[in-house]
Design a protein around this ligand. Structure first.
Ligand code: C5P
Length: 233
C-alpha cells in the first residue's frame, strides 16, 4: 500500500456514515472506523463499508492481557480490514500476541499499528498519573521501537514526529498521522497540526483526516484536495 488519505468517519450511526460515503462516486476513500461507530453498529458496519469497496482502518486501540488481545485480533482478522491497531503500552509481549492472533492460517494479515502515547497525554499527566519521568518524545520513540521489535508495521503519531520515527525505526516502518489541517482551515481542538503537503514532505505514509473533510461544505472536494496535496502533489 502506498501513500493514502484515510478519512476518519467519526459518525454516530450507520445512516450518517452511509449518507456521507454515498457522496463519493469517484475515488473511494480509505475509511477509518473508530470506537463510537463500531460500538453503535457492531461488526456489520465494517462488512458493509468493505462491501462498498472501501479500504478500512479499524481504530479500536486494543489494550489487555496478551491472551485476550490475541483472541480478539483473531476475530478482527476475519473482518478483512486493511489496518488495525493497539496500545504499545500493553508491552512487547502483548504486541507479539496480537500479531499472532491477527495472522490468518494462510499467512496474510491486516497491517498492525501501535498507538504510542496518546496526544491527549502531556508530560505532566505522564509524570503525575503514569509515573513515567522521561521526556515524552523519548517515551514515544521508545514505544515505537518496542512496536518494531514486536514485529508491528508502524505507529500512529503526530506528523511532527514522523521524520524522527523513520530515523529511529527505519523508513519502511509506517507512520500514520492525524492532526492534519488545510493551511486556510480551522484547527478545531487539534493543537499541533500540519497541512497535507507538509505531512507528505516530512514523510508521513498515511494521513488521517476527519473534520476538514467530514464537516466541509463539499466533502468530496475537500477529500480530492487532500489527495492532490498528499498523494499527487
Ligand atoms: O477531525 P480530525 O481531523 O481532528 O480527526 C482526527 C482523527 O484522528 C480522529 O478520529 C481522532 O480520534 C484521531 N486521532 C487524533 N490524534 C491521535 C490519535 C487519533 O486526532 N493522536
Amino acid at each position: 500500500m502506498g501513500k493514502d488519505v484515510i478519512v476518519a468517519c467519526d459518525f454516530a450511526n450507520a445512516d450518517q456514515v452511509f449518507g456521507f460515503l454515498d457522496r463519493f462516486t469517484g475515488r473511494k476513500p480509505f475509511v477509518k472506523i473508530g470506537m463510537e461507530l463500531f460500538y453503535a453498529e457492531g461488526p456489520q458496519i465494517v462488512r458493509e463499508i468493505k462491501r462498498r469497496g472501501h479500504k478500512i482502518f479499524l481504530d479500536l486501540k486494543l489494550h489487555d492481557i496478551p491472551n485476550t488481545v490475541k483472541k480478539s485480533m483473531s476475530v478482527l482478522s476475519n473482518l478483512d480490514v486493511d489496518i488495525t491497531n493497539l496500545h504499545a503500552g500493553g508491552t512487547v509481549r502483548m504486541m507479539e500476541a496480537a500479531l499472532e492472533g491477527l495472522t490468518r492460517p494462510d499467512g496474510t494479515r491486516p497491517l498492525l499499528i501501535a498507538v504510542t502515547q496518546l496526544t491527549s497525554t502531556d508530560q505532566e499527566a505522564m509524570e503525575n498519573d503514569l509515573l513515567i519521568k522521561e521526556p515524552i518524545d523519548q517515551v514515544v520513540m521508545h514505544y515505537a521501537a518496542n512496536a518494531k521489535k514486536a514485529g508491528l508495521d508502524g505507529v500512529v503519531c503526530s506528523p511532527l514526529e514522523a521524520g524522527k520515527v523513520h530515523d529511529t525505526c527505519g523508513k519502511d516502518f509506517l507512520t500514520i498521522t492525524p492532526g492534519v489541517r488545510f493551511a486556510d482551515g480551522d484547527i478545531g481542538d487539534q493543537k499541533r497540526v500540519m497541512t497535507p503537503a507538509a505531512a507528505k514532505e516530512i514523510g508521513s505514509d498515511y494521513i488521517v483526516v476527519g473534520r476538514p473533510i467530514t464537516a466541509a461544505a463539499d466533502p468530496v472536494a475537500a477529500y480530492e484536495r487532500c489527495v492532490a496535496e498528499f498523494c499527487d502533489g
